[in-house]
Ligand binder design. Sequence first.
Ligand SMILES: [Zn+2]
Length: 117
Amino acid sequence: MTAAAPTCPECSSEYTYEMGALLVCSMCAHEWSPTATAADDEPADRVIRDSVGNVLTDGDTVTVVKDLKVKGSSTSIKVGTKVRNIRLVDGVGDHDIDCKVDGFGPMQLKSSVVKKA
Ligand SMILES: [Zn+2]
């Protein structure tokens, strides 16, 4: 496979040529954008949403929407607990928020249990 001659996604013909930003197949006249095709293979920027669908970003303040048991602690994080200055991470399991919870210290949370404040 050579990168120099992209094949037609419709008929797999190698007789393709560039026309501006598009690639055109001279066999079936199919036109397509090579950049759009390449982008399909790339995972989009990971978007992390809270429990109601708001997009979360680094530095956001969120509110915990359900009681959370904390490993190694007899108390749990209560509903409504505010968590400031979150950091989005690719954490363990579904944990995608790195933060520090008052009274509990640094930990990772799941975006599904918080709501943007
Ligand atoms: Zn074609």
